[in-house]
Design a protein around this ligand. Sequence first.
Ligand SMILES: Cc1cc2nc3c(=O)[nH]c(=O)nc-3n(C[C@H](O)[C@H](O)[C@H](O)COP(=O)(O)O)c2cc1C
Length: 395
Amino acid sequence: MLLGITGGIASYKSAWLARLLTQAGAEVDVVMTVAASQFVGPITFEALTGRPAHLGLFDPGHALEHIRLAREAHAFVVAPATADFLARASTGQADDLLSAALLATTAPVLLVPAMNDRMWANGQVQRNVAHLRELGHTVLEPDEGNLAVGEGHGPGRMPEPEALLSHVGRLLEEHRDLAGRHVLVTAGPTQEPLDPVRYISNHSSGKMGVAIAAAAWRRGAHVTLIAGPLAVPVPVGARVLHVATTEEMLAAVTRELPASHVLVMAAAPADFRATSVADQKMKKGAAAPVVALEHTPDILKSTKPARAPGTVVVGFALETERVLENAAGKLAAKELDMIVVNDATEAGAGFGHDTNRVALVRRSGDPEQLPLMPKTEVADAILDRVALILQEKAP
Ligand SMILES: Cc1cc2nc3c(=O)[nH]c(=O)nc-3n(C[C@H](O)[C@H](O)[C@H](O)COP(=O)(O)O)c2cc1C
């Protein structure tokens, strides 16, 4: 891939991005503007990518380099993209190696603007961005946060390299089979308060739901993640709605579901809550308190009326006995299209692990037992089936 670097202060982060991309297996050709080389030296990128960094359009021995680099790139990423570069790209100028290569490429293009917040708000910059989007390039919104020293806080920061790596993944994704689809995912546990400081919860980390949200976004979907308290970072690209209790999760799912094509209920909502929550912290006292419990609402069952026709609904089940039989019962009772079954007694699977071994049970056909694999791959396996079911259910 081609990684263009222009003369913004955020170019210090581009060295880390070049490293992440190289570690992920990409062959990274760095092309820098002359201004960029004032901030970070080409030798840094050469050492990180193992390939020469390119600078000049007229460097001896490199005639037609702009055409070769443009042709060989499978993805063309410019991070950071200065206001100056956006202006050149928007008007089709080609007076430096990077701008000329951009005109000559047919690869998908990702531009990552980074600048002072007032520069970003400038009407001319915004017009250039809008025009570049019209041309079919992906132009990211900058993050909000601390800008260069003394410049305060505002929109203009370059997103962190780890997030950019996810954006490059989406740019390169071959299975854009969820493009334009709205995918609603729930993840994590919920917490049911006992008193102002204590709660009932479970060991769910949210890893599986977060992996599904990340994979759906990479495959082109608009993703909303309804997240209980997660033990892992939220995924790039998803709109995240934070909830605490099962009741709150139910309310969020009910609100979001009518506009969704797919619901994947990967969360592990608490099944029980206290019949009454103490106003004050329960005292240790002499006698231990006895807490009466009641069922929380069953989210999947309760949302049946909110499902639009054709919505694909996927549930999860964690079983410890008669695993497939119990799962088939849930599939029917909750009117699901597919249920993903974990066997809680299986080593390396379930809560907190990075791997999972699941069976996929659909309304027809035999259950599919998948091998133990990373949750990121389980996520794609689930979405492969979801994409098929969406097609089957299409009117
Ligand atoms: C210290 C310093 C920091 C700069 N940071 C930015 C920046 O973050 N974003 C930006 O658009 N321009 C920034 N500039 C201005 C650009 O370097 C300048 O517009 C230059 O012409 C960009 O050239 P290029 O687009 O060919 O790399 C900065 C300039 C200086 C001196």
